[in-house]
Design a binder for this molecule. Structure first.
Ligand code: ADP
Ligand code: MG
Ligand code: ZN
Length: 481
């Protein structure tokens, strides 16, 4: 039997909904800005600068705690974690150590053997370090490095799980659920590059654990864990021991590699942050935040099933990303037909043309009303279902209106007998054997109709096409007899 994996995750989620950083008034929109333009004495760590806590960040952290059934701290406390690295201008990071904002709680995931709870150990509020750019691609191939402090001080939530997952698939299921929760809470637009990053810890039951640092993307976490599981299992099967260490995931070579030796906990010299005295968290604030919790993923899945009659699996795929579920509901509002088919079209056809975790083309180019319109075109017989499927790619690529695309692609259905007749004659001419079959067996007509559909790339009206084939066969019979 395969040995069992033990997996625990540490996830960093940026609070991308905030206008400003965690302890200063700098804009938190660092992705589009010129390097080192969203900076000030606080996030550059200049002497004498004083941090002021962003209240909204604390509120978001408390809401996440409530959403996962955790216990909110009675007092808001921050600590300093010391280490030296060019991306950390103060030489310490303000984080939470002694008293995290949240303790306990759980997230429920689905596994092939049923529902399972992954316990949360703690959630901390902390600041993101700056971003290091290696002009040569990696530390070893770069003669110098660049540092961009725009990211320095961006608000982060660190979520630490108990080692409750037992396969890379379960870890991915957990991350997908967590991502949907933080998206629904308005904490994170997790479609943004680097907004959700994970450190993955894995051991083989009874053995030492390995920590894989800083993996971006859920599929990458799954791949990294699968690789590391195999590596450790092979060691164990050879009778060798797994070494306790930190490794890096190389997304290009798809392997984990040993990383620098990690500081021991005591090296961080944790101490209370003297510039941010502890402040009590009032119970009525927590109560108010609980009341204002938005609809969360599990409840939304249930509602979509009840309200729209969706299949559970379809509802789950939609809700796995907030923008996807929003997109569906917006489209459903403007569509009078079968919303189940609309949902399938989004989940099966549109998603097909989006890259894994990046849904941006969906909401920046395609409009919900476009998808509703495609369904209407099918309902009214202007295009076939097959054409609607083909249209999905063009919708995602161009963002153009369906009616325009249909015209451009020449998709409109051919129902005019005069236009279809030459195609029918061609098919009859080119398929003498099928014609002989069809003359004897009416069921063999389907093949000929299928050939006409193929010739017209699905545009022929199948009813008219069949009538014309039957007509042509009657003529042949007459001329034979
Ligand atoms: P550290 O203090 O070194 O960060 P922690 O005990 O805080 O270690 O655990 C860090 C992460 O490692 C947590 O997510 C936890 O679930 C996970 N973890 C702990 N023990 C194991 C183990 N035996 N195998 C896999 N993961 C583990
Ligand atoms: Mg830790
Ligand atoms: Zn600043």
């Amino acid at each position: 039997m395969e040995p069992r994996a033990v997996i625990g995750l540490e996830i960093h989620v940026q609070i991308t909904s905030l206008k400003t950083k965690l302890f200063c008034g700098c804009s938190s929109d660092y992705r589009r800005a010129q390097p080192n333009t969203h900076v000030c004495p606080v996030c550059l760590g200049l002497p004498g600068a004083l941090p002021v806590t962003n209240e909204e960040a604390v509120h978001k952290a408390i809401q996440l705690c409530l959403a996962i059934n955790g216990k909110v701290a009675k007092v808001l406390r921050f600590d300093r974690k010391h280490y030296f690295y060019p991306d950390l201008p103060k030489n310490y990071q303000i984080t939470q150590y002694l008293e995290p904002i949240c303790r306990g709680g759980y997230v429920e995931i689905e596994t092939p053997s049923g529902a399972k709870r992954v316990r949360i150990r703690r959630i901390n509020i902390e600041e993101d370090p700056g971003r290091i750019v290696y002009p040569g691609g990696s530390p070893h191939t770069s003669p110098y490095v660049l540092v961009d402090y725009n990211r320095s001080g961006i608000a982060l939530l660190e979520i630490v799980t108990e080692p409750d997952m037992s396969s890379p698939e379960e870890a991915a299921a957990f991350l997908e659920k967590l991502r949907s929760i933080v998206e629904h809470l308005g904490i994170c637009d997790c479609g943004l590059e680097g907004s959700m990053r994970a450190d993955a810890n894995i051991s083989i039951e009874g053995g030492e654990r390995v920590e894989i640092k800083n993996i971006t993307g859920i599929q990458e976490v799954k791949r990294a864990l699968a690789y590391e599981y195999t590596r450790q299992r092979d060691l164990v099967l050879k009778g060798l021991k797994v070494k306790r260490e930190t490794r890096h995931w190389d997304p290009v070579r798809k392997v984990t590699l040993p990383a620098r030796a990690k500081e021991a906990e005591e090296d961080y010299r944790y101490m209370p942050e003297p510039n941010l005295p502890p402040i009590p968290i009032p119970e009525d604030l927590v109560a108010k935040l609980r009341e204002s919790l938005p609809e969360l993923p599990d409840a939304r899945v249930k509602r979509l099933i009840e309200q729209y009659g969706l299949r559970p699996q379809t509802a789950k795929v939609l809700v796995s990303r907030k923008v996807l579920a929003d997109f569906f509901e917006d489209a459903a509002k403007t569509y009078r037909g079968d919303v189940g088919r609309l949902a399938n079209y989004i989940v099966n056809d549109l998603l097909n043309w989006l890259k894994d975790e990046d849904l941006r083309p969906l909401y920046s180019r395609v409009k919900p009303s476009h998808v509703a319109r495609v369904m209407e075109l099918v309902d009214s017989g202007v295009i076939s279902i097959r054409q609607a499927k083909e249209l999905a790619e063009h919708l995602v690529r161009t963002g153009e209106e369906p009616d325009k695309l249909v015209e451009k692609l020449g998709y409109t259905r051919i129902a005019d007998p005069e236009k279809l007749r030459p195609i029918v004659e061609k098919v009859i001419r080119e398929n003498p054997r099928a014609v002989r079959d069809a003359l004897r067996n009416p069921r063999a007509i389907n093949f000929l109709v299928g050939m006409i559909m193929r010739e017209t790339r699905g545009r022929a009206d199948p009813v008219v096409a069949r009538r014309l084939v039957e007509e042509a066969l009657r003529k042949l019979r007459r001329s034979e007899s």
